[in-house]
Design a binder for this molecule. Structure first.
Ligand code: ATP
Ligand code: MG
Length: 348
């Protein structure tokens, strides 16, 4: 028995479920992933026939026997198997003939749902990379003429004899500077964040005062802070930009009239980008505006997607980039009358 254990111990590290059979279709080993997939223990099923392990493995068994005879493996992308008395599992399986002592067949199983999840996640990451590439190109294109624009405005300003006209050149210069800063940020999404200790409520308060100054009339911002939240390690400027972009969108969507709630709380045992975190903070930005237009609801984090006249569609892309730099996640739920952005950031 120790022999069997040590012989197959390499398989035990795999996340893929693996079953090893001998030449007469007896189970020699189930690795831990297979034990958990089939809710069976290696010890209990060892030396049993494969047919005892599954309720209806007739056809699958026949294909395995053929593999033993012909020595050629196969892939079954859509196999349905069930343990006696349990629900059927939809599996992707790869069968490989082996010759290692008694072991004759090595079968790898993947749960299709799990596989689809992994693929979706991979697709999402590829998409995010494509986004960043697009943004970098775009930012270069915008950045190039900015220097000329600013320089010309300065030259023009020197020629102006009426002081009140300088107000206009100042607008050009200031806006060019603002764009320059934005483009620099877009161009260096991989720049190392400037990490310090950040208090999320300070970030929220800063955003609150900026938005109240920008929309002085009918925007109300309620706070619902969990003041026991610990501080987090992060880039303060980036986090302000994240929250500002989200809150400004809400204020703009409501046409400067409505209520926004900023709520914080502790979240425990969250999985973010495949990593499990014991402790995280959650910030919700909730507004009672018209909701995200349905036509763009699935795409708002993509660059250049905007439902707003004059919108550049970069605010949320940038916010998502910065949140990802912090190993966090940002997601949204929206319907007319209630839109909620949820930002989750891991705490050390
Ligand atoms: N709280 C919200 N309520 C309704 N629609 C929203 C809300 N937040 C975002 N949106 C929609 O998502 C779109 C994308 O937002 P995003 O911030 O990425 O770009 P933008 O606001 O159009 O431009 P900018 O780059 O200036 O931020 C918005 O144009 C708007 O249509
Ligand atoms: Mg925006």
């Amino acid at each position: 028995m120790t022999d069997a254990l040590s012989r197959f111990s390499g398989l035990d590290l795999l996340a893929t479920a693996v079953v090893v059979l001998d030449g007469s279709m007896r189970v020699l080993h189930l690795n831990p992933a297979a034990e958990s997939l089939f809710t069976a223990s290696d010890r209990n099923v060892r030396d049993h026939l494969l047919g005892d392990l599954f309720a209806d493995a007739g056809e699958f068994g026949a294909k395995l026997r053929q593999t033993l005879v012909e020595g050629r493996g196969f892939v079954d992308p859509d196999l349905v198997l069930a343990r006696p008395g349990q629900e059927a599992l939809h599996l992707n399986c790869i069968v490989t003939p082996v010759e290692s002592g008694e072991a004759q067949l090595l079968i790898e199983f993947r749960h299709i749902e799990q596989q689809m999840r992994i693929e979706r996640e991979a697709q999402r990451i590829t998409q995010a990379e494509a986004n960043r590439e697009l943004i970098r190109n775009l930012a270069h294109e915008i950045k190039n003429p900015l220097g000329g624009l600013r320089g010309s405005a300065q030259l023009l300003e020197r020629e102006l004899d009426r002081a009140d006209l300088r107000e206009y050149t100042q607008v050009i210069i200031k806006e060019a500077d603002r764009l320059q800063v934005l483009m620099d940020r877009l161009l260096s999404p991989h720049r190392l964040p400037h990490v310090t200790t950040v208090n999320i409520h300070e970030v929220c308060e800063r955003v609150r005062s900026l938005i109240l100054a920008e929309f002085p009339k009918d925007i109300r911002i309620q706070r619902n802070y969990d003041t026991s939240l610990p501080e987090l390690q992060g880039d303060r400027e980036q986090l302000i930009q994240v929250v500002l972009n989200v809150v400004r969108n809400a204020a703009q969507a409501m046409n400067g009239k409505g209520e926004i709630i900023l709520a914080t709380r502790v979240a425990r045992q969250v999985t973010l980008a495949k990593t499990r975190h014991k402790l995280a903070l959650e910030l919700q930005v909730i507004d009672n505006g018209p909701g995200i237009p349905e036509s763009i609801r699935d795409k708002i984090f993509y660059p250049l997607v905007s439902g707003r006249e004059g919108g550049s569609g970069l605010g949320l892309t940038l916010a998502q980039n910065f949140v990802q730099h912090h190993h966090g996640a940002i997601e949204v739920e929206s319907q007319p009358g209630r839109t909620c952005f949820r930002i989750v950031l891991p705490l050390q």
